[in-house]
Write a protein that binds this ligand. Structure first.
Ligand SMILES: NC(=O)C1=CN([C@@H]2O[C@H](COP(=O)(O)OP(=O)(O)OC[C@H]3O[C@@H](n4cnc5c(N)ncnc54)[C@H](OP(=O)(O)O)[C@@H]3O)[C@@H](O)[C@H]2O)[C@@H](O)CC1
Ligand SMILES: [K+]
Length: 510
C-alpha cells in the first residue's frame, strides 16, 4: 500500500484539479466518506454530533459532515476553534451549512463548547489535517483535552489533530481517535509511531482522484498488507525439485554462539529453501547438528590465533560458487577467521548476500567492502549496529530511523533493514518500506537470527532483495504477533517464532 506525504497529496490534488476534478468535489467526497463510515458503524438518528473545525480545509471537511449529518437527523454543533474558515474552499462549505447547525466560537464560549463535547455521542475532529505543524497551540490545549475526555466516539478527519502528517510526530496534545477517515492514500502519520497510535482504525476513502493518477506517484513510503504478501508466494509448481528452490549458504555460529546458527538455520529451513548448507567451526558441529537435521555442513578449523586454516578455504569457495544466497554473521564472532570469511564472501559472491550481527560489525571496520561488492547486499542492523556502521550515536539513529536507513542504503549500495519497533526497509534506489507487524515480546536475543534466516531463505529462492527483506520482516512480525497471543509477550521465545512459521505459511498459502 502506498503512503504519500502531505506535499505529494497536495501535488496529487493539484494534478486532479488541473485534469478537471474540482477541489470542492474532493472536499464533498471527503466529508461524505466520513459520514458513510459513521452510518455503517453507528445508529445516528437523533444523536448528538459535535464537529470541531480549524481554519483550514480539514475544517472544510468538517462543514461538509455537518451538512450531511443534519440531513440524517443528527443534532449537529460546529465548534469554530480558530474562528471563521481561512480558505475559500472551506468558506464555501461553511456557507452552505443548514441553519439548524448550531455554530459556536471556541474563543468566545470555551466552557459551553467543552460541555457540548462532554455530552456528545460523536465528535468529529476537523481541527487540523496535513497542514498542521508544530504542536497544538496553548489556547486550544483544553479543547483537545475536552475532546479526549468525552465518552463520545471520536472520528478524525484525515488524521488525528496534533499529529504531524509526514513523520508521525506528536509534540503535545493530540486527539485520540477511535476512527480516522483518510483520503486517497495512507499518509506517514497513519503508520509511524507515535502518530499511528492516535489514529484508531484507519479507513482510506477515495475523494474521486483516479487510481492511475495516484499510481503515478512514487510513494514516500509503502507498507505491506496480507493480500500483498500472499501474492508474493504463488503455489509451488507440482513438478519441481529442491534445485528449483535455491541453495542457501549460511556462515554463522562460533564457540559460545552456536544457538545463533541453529535459529538462523531453522528459520531458513522453515521458509521454503531447497537446500541449506551451513559452514561452522568444527568444534560447534555436534551442537548444531543435534538440533538441525536437514542442512548439509561444511566444517572449518582455525589455528590458535583464530585464523582460518588454508585447507578450508577452497571448500568454502566451492560452496559460495554454488549458492543462490549467502547469510553471514549470526553468532559469527569477530575473530580473524570471521573477518577473513566476510572478506572472501564480499569479494567473491555474485549471489545475494545477507549480513547480520557480527557480519555488520565487521563490515563497519571498512564499509567500502560492502559498497564495492558485486553481490546484491542486504544488511539487517539493529539501531546499535546501524550507529556503528554509519558512525553515529544510537540516539541519532532512533531520532529519524527512516532518514538514517535511507542514507545508509544509498551509501552502501545495499538494502538496509533497520530493526526495531517499525522496522524500516530502505533500498539503494530510494524505495522505503515500513513494517507494521511485530511487538515488544520480540525484543529478545535470537529474534534477529530468526529474521536473518527468513530473509536469506527468500533471497535464496530468487526473490528481489528489497521485497525479500520486506516480506521476511512482515512474516517475522506476524509470527511474533501470533506468539504473543499464544504465549504472552513476556514468555515467548525466538524459537517459538520458528515453530509458528508453519502456521504463518499455511495462512499465506491459502
Ligand atoms: N488530500 C485530499 O485529497 C483532500 C484533502 N482535504 C482536506 O484538506 C486538508 C488539508 O487542508 P489544509 O492544507 O488547509 O491544512 P489544515 O491542516 O486543514 O489547516 C492548516 C491550517 O492550520 C494552521 N496551523 C497549522 N499548524 C498549526 C498550529 N500548530 N497551530 C495553529 N495553527 C496551525 C495553518 O496555519 P499556518 O501554517 O498557515 O500558519 C493553516 O491555516 C486535509 O488534511 C484534508 O482534511 C479535502 O478537503 C479534499 C481532499
Ligand atoms: K483532523
Amino acid at each position: 500500500m502506498k503512503v504519500l506525504s502531505g506535499a505529494q497529496i497536495r501535488a496529487l490534488e493539484a494534478k486532479a484539479a488541473a485534469a478537471g476534478i474540482p477541489l470542492s468535489g474532493m472536499m464533498e467526497n471527503a466529508g461524505a466518506a466520513a459520514v458513510r463510515l459513521m452510518r455503517k458503524k453507528f445508529d445516528l438518528l437523533g444523536k448528538r454530533a459535535v464537529i470541531v473545525c480549524g481554519k483550514g480545509n480539514n475544517g472544510g471537511d468538517g462543514y461538509v459532515c455537518a451538512r450531511l449529518l443534519t440531513e440524517l437527523s443528527v443534532k449537529v454543533t460546529v465548534i469554530l476553534a480558530q474562528g471563521r474558515p481561512a480558505s475559500g474552499l472551506a468558506a464555501a462549505a461553511f456557507a452552505v451549512m443548514p441553519q439548524d447547525v448550531y455554530v459556536i466560537d471556541y474563543r468566545e464560549s470555551a466552557q459551553t463548547a467543552e460541555q457540548l463535547l462532554a455530552a456528545a455521542d460523536y465528535i468529529l475532529d476537523g481541527l487540523f489535517g496535513f497542514g498542521f505543524h508544530g504542536s497544538i497551540p496553548a489556547d486550544l490545549i483544553s479543547l483537545v483535552r475536552a475532546m479526549n475526555a468525552s465518552g463520545a466516539v471520536r472520528v478524525s478527519l484525515d488524521l488525528p489533530s496534533g499529529a504531524q502528517c509526514d513523520n508521525g510526530a506528536v509534540l503535545g496534545e493530540c486527539v485520540c481517535a477511535d476512527y480516522t477517515v483518510t483520503f486517497s492514500t495512507y499518509k506517514p502519520v497513519h503508520v509511524l509511531a507515535p502518530g499511528r497510535d492516535f489514529c484508531g482504525e484507519v479507513v482510506v476513502s477515495s475523494v474521486g482522484i483516479p487510481a492511475q493518477m495516484i499510481a503515478g506517484f512514487r510513494p514516500a513510503l509503502s507498507v505491506y498488507s496480507v493480500p500483498e504478501i500472499k501474492a508474493l508466494f504463488p503455489p509451488r509448481p507440482a513438478i519441481s525439485n529442491k534445485g528449483d528452490y535455491g541453495k542457501l549458504f549460511c556462515i554463522c555460529g562460533s564457540v559460545g554462539m552456536a544457538g545463533a546458527a541453529v535459529m538462523a538455520g531453522a528459520a531458513a529451513l522453515r521458509c521454503g529453501t531447497g537446500l541449506v548448507q551451513m559452514a561452522l567451526p568444527e568444534s560447534i558441529y555436534p551442537i548444531v547438528s543435534s538440533r538441525l537435521t536437514e542442512p548439509v555442513f561444511t566444517l572449518y578449523r582455525t589455528d590458535a590465533d583464530g585464523a582460518f586454516l588454508p585447507e578450508c578455504r577452497e571448500e568454502i569457495r566451492m560452496a559460495l560458487s554454488k549458492a543462490t544466497a549467502v547469510l553471514i554473521g549470526c553468532g559469527l564472532g569477530k575473530r580473524p577467521a570471521a573477518r577473513e570469511l566476510l572478506q572472501l564472501v564480499l569479494r567473491e559472491a555474485v549471489c545475494p548476500v545477507l549480513l547480520d550481527a557480527d557480519g555488520i560489525n565487521l563490515a563497519s571496520e571498512n564499509i567500502d567492502m560492502v559498497a564495492n561488492s558485486k553481490a546484491p547486499v542486504v544488511l539487517t542492523p539493529h539501531p546499535g549496529e546501524m550507529a556503528r556502521l554509519m558512525d553515529l550515536r544510537t540516539e541519532e539513529v532512533q531520532k529519524d530511523r527512516i532518514d538514517c536507513a535511507a542514507k545508509a542504503a544509498q551509501q552502501l549500495h545495499a538494502v538496509v533493514v533497520l530493526k526495531g519497533s517499525g522496522t524500516v526497509i530502505a533500498a539503494p534506489d530510494g524505495e522505503l518500506i515500513l513494517n507494521t507487524t511485530g511487538n515488544p515480546g520480540m525484543a529478545k536475543g535470537g529474534s534477529g537470527d530468526v529474521l536473518a534466516g527468513m530473509i536469506a531463505a527468500l533471497l535464496a529462492q530468487g526473490m528481489d532483495p528489497t521485497i525479500a527483506a520486506a516480506a521476511g520482516a512482515y512474516l517475522h512480525g506476524l509470527a511474533g504477533d501470533r506468539c504473543a497471543e499464544r504465549y504472552s509477550e513476556h514468555a515467548m521465545l525466538p524459537t517459538d517464532l520458528v515453530n509458528l512459521l508453519p502456521e504463518i505459511f499455511l495462512a499465506v498459502e491459502r
